[in-house]
Design a protein around this ligand. Structure first.
Ligand SMILES: [Zn+2]
Length: 339
């Protein structure tokens, strides 16, 4: 097997941002894709009085973002916006999403080599969300949808949302699920105190709950073609997935619904990002899910990591083909990003 390497090249022509790292595996340039990159559209946020978390989310000036991408070896970011509009009334939500998706389309059009984006959708109004997804994909060239891990207290598996899942399946586009913490636990105070536990463990916990419901409530049976990509390595689900199989034989009388496969089989059809911090964690994730289910993420501009490329390159046990797939190959297929 050829050795995986990377090189850092000078900017060459046409790169005003300075040094752009070019990632190479077994002698071939890899087009790398970051599926987990945040941004914000203030004109949409203003409709519900939402404050900006950090200026680094803005896309009015992308120089700093492109510099970070160039330094890390990220060729393309798939932009998403964490939902803050799930309690908005229908007319407000319709306007907000229209402004937001138009802005995302403009951001991508201004720099088509570097940015694609997930459509935002008002999932609390599922029929509207289905329309917004279709319009986002067909009219604005967006590459799927971004969702939260729950919608104003309802699970993503709630039958109310079936029209949205049906549309996502019909369009064949990927749905990126990003958690928003576990608000129900926040209220108890159990995630208070040192360590930002509302985010540190609250976020992956919400993803774990969301994916578990999509499996156990039969959503993935009802819509077998849906493509789901979950943030932060799928939360805690892949690291402890076999317990979800074990419950079926340990407490069969507590299985109140029927699912077609063992839970771990559904886990292996999900996609997750690579934000799990250590080579051992990524090796385990690949073992549990299959290396072809993992796509690179950074969480930009939140500084959880700036070494996502090296994390993949340095993980033992991955073949060069696995690394190419994680760095960008799988995401390019999912997001329809050309060579
Ligand atoms: Zn994030």
């Amino acid at each position: 097997m050829a050795e995986a390497t990377f090189v850092s090249c000078g900017a060459g022509s046409g790169s005003p941002q300075g040094r752009r790292r070019e990632v190479v595996v077994s002698g071939k340039r890899v087009k790398t894709v970051d599926v987990h990159a945040h941004c914000a559209v203030p004109a949409a946020m203003a409709l519900v009085g939402r404050a900006l978390e950090t200026e680094a989310l803005l896309m009015a000036n992308t120089e700093e973002r492109l510099r970070a991408m160039d330094a890390q070896g990220i060729d393309v970011e798939a932009l998403s916006i964490n939902p803050y509009w799930y309690t908005a009334e229908r007319d407000v939500a319709a306007k907000l999403i229209q402004i937001q998706n138009e802005a995302l389309a403009e951001i991508c059009a201004a720099n088509p080599e570097r940015f694609v984006a997930f459509a935002t959708v008002a999932l609390q109004h599922p029929d509207l969300a289905a329309e917004q997804l279709e319009q986002g994909v067909k009219r604005y060239g967006l590459r799927g949808a971004g969702l939260g891990g729950s919608v104003a207290g309802l699970e993503l598996s709630d039958p109310k949302f079936h029209p949205f899942w049906a549309k996502a399946e019909q369009l064949g586009v990927v749905v990126f699920i990003h958690p928003q913490g576990t608000a129900e636990l926040d209220r108890t105070g159990r995630l208070g105190g040192n360590g930002l536990l509302t985010n540190t463990i609250g976020n992956p916990l919400e993803t774990t709950i969301a994916l578990s419901h999509l499996i156990f409530d039969g959503t993935l049976d009802r819509f077998p073609g849906i493509k789901i990509c979950a943030a932060h390595g799928g939360g805690y689900l892949p690291s402890y997935a076999a317990r979800s199989d074990a419950v079926m034989t340990t407490f069969p009388h507590r299985m109140t619904g029927t699912i077609a496969k063992r839970p771990t089989e559904y886990v292996r059809q999900l996609y997750v990002d690579s934000i799990v911090f250590t080579p051992e964690a990524l090796r385990h994730l690949a073992a549990e899910m299959g290396p072809g289910q993992i796509v690179m993420g950074t969480d930009y501009p939140f500084p959880w990591t700036s070494t996502s490329v090296d994390h993949i390159l340095s993980t033992p046990g991955l073949s060069d083909a696995d690394k190419v797939a994680m760095l960008g190959g799988t995401a390019r297929t999912l997001l329809n990003i050309p060579d």
